[in-house]
Design a protein around this ligand. Structure first.
Ligand code: NDP
Length: 330
């Protein structure tokens, strides 16, 4: 059966298709320190960048309270305030900041096509991917309840607020070992809660953990809940005993640090852009260049190691400079 649309509606659909394609020189995807810094540099270089923020405008830092380690803020700043400053600074030079989520990409041609919100195509000469990474959580209701009130996924960012207190780090990889040793320098006691009877971390990091007196490793423990009146005051753990038996253990802590890995937000690019086995975008060392000419990556989506706001900002600057050079050679 043929369905006839009213004339106006047919016209609207056709126009919508045409209007929904926009050409830009430089497209930036993501609004964390990497994306906004790329926008500052790209707009100052007259690349007229358009930046799409993604769902979480401002990125991971908007879930942090105080940021004390970003240079230029001698008295510290909250994560959301700092990201607002980044945004304002990029807009001052003409960056076009828009709310929208990149849903699919087509990097097969000379012009790179990025679909926004499934209903608009941006054709860009250069694309800077700055979509960040998402820290993994255990999935407990109490993690959400105490977000910013004792639960953190970044010891370097938040550890300072737990000086002299007892905290727990969850995980057995290099990040967990590194964060536990970092926190041990600030806190009275650090519990390292490991779900197996071995650490996945490198031998060197394992040695550091073992040689740090105020780290206690709780082997074969899983966290099942967090409790506290106005923030985290403790955690309920289950200790595996043999194959069948289990024991409930309660520990008193003020801070609960997740270090069970991050997921780089790279899924939509994987068809074209090379990633490592975890999903981090591969860049040519010392640059932001990916395997696709004109597609650059900056920030946590390409950085499994440092993941700091300041390193992300630095890599955003590199990406904008790489994009500028690429565009001038086009
Ligand atoms: P990893 O994936 O290496 O480790 C994650 C850890 O979390 C594992 O021990 C895992 O346990 C544990 N885990 C995962 N899910 C759960 C869960 N639901 N409950 C309890 N525990 C859980 O992530 P990392 O962030 O540690 O490291 C990522 C990469 O970055 C690695 O390649 C690492 O080597 C690298 N890195 C390097 C550093 C350096 O060189 N200085 C510093 C930090 C990271 P299990 O072992 O049982 O799977």
């Amino acid at each position: 059966m043929k369905i006839f649309k009213p004339l106006d509606l047919q016209k609207d659909t056709q126009n919508a298709n045409i209007e929904n394609v926009e050409n830009v020189k430089c497209l930036i995807i993501g609004s964390g320190p990497a994306g906004y810094t790329a926008a500052i540099y790209a707009s100052r270089a007259n690349l007229k960048p358009v930046l799409f923020t993604g769902l979480q405008m401002g990125g991971q830092l908007t879930t942090t309270t105080e940021v004390d380690n970003f240079p230029g803020y001698p008295d510290g700043v909250t994560g959301p305030e700092m990201m607002e400053d980044f945004k304002k600074q990029s807009e001052r030079f003409g960056a076009d900041i828009r709310f929208g989520i990149a849903t699919t990409v087509d990097f097969s041609g000379k012009k790179h096509k990025v679909t926004i919100d499934d209903n608009k195509i941006i054709e860009a000469d250069a694309v800077i991917i700055a979509t960040g990474a998402t820290a993994k959580y255990l999935g407990l209701e109490s993690e959400t309840k105490y977000a910013g009130m004792g639960v953190s996924a970044c010891a370097t960012c938040d550890g300072f607020f737990y000086r002299g207190k007892d905290v727990a780090v969850i995980g057995g990889g290099d990040t967990a070992a590194e964060e536990a040793t970092y926190l041990a320098g600030l806190c009275r006691k650090v519990y390292l809660i490991v779900r197996r009877d071995v650490l996945r971390a490198s031998k060197a990091m394992q040695d550091k953990v073992t040689n740090t007196k105020n780290i206690e490793v709780l082997w074969e423990h899983q966290t099942v809940d967090l409790f506290g009146e106005n923030g985290v005051e403790g955690a309920t753990l289950v200790k595996k005993k043999g194959t069948l038996a289990e024991e409930i253990v309660k520990i008193k802590i003020d801070g609960f640090f997740l270090a069970i890995g991050h997921t780089p937000n790279s899924d939509i690019f994987k068809k074209y852009v090379e990633t490592d086995t975890v999903g981090y975008i591969k860049t040519i060392p010392g640059t932001s260049k990916t395997n696709i000419a004109g597609v650059f990556a900056a920030g946590d989506v390409q950085d499994p190691h440092y993941r700091q706001a300041v390193t992300a900002a630095g890599s955003g600057c590199i990406a904008a400079i790489d994009a500028e050079r690429y565009l001038s050679e086009l």
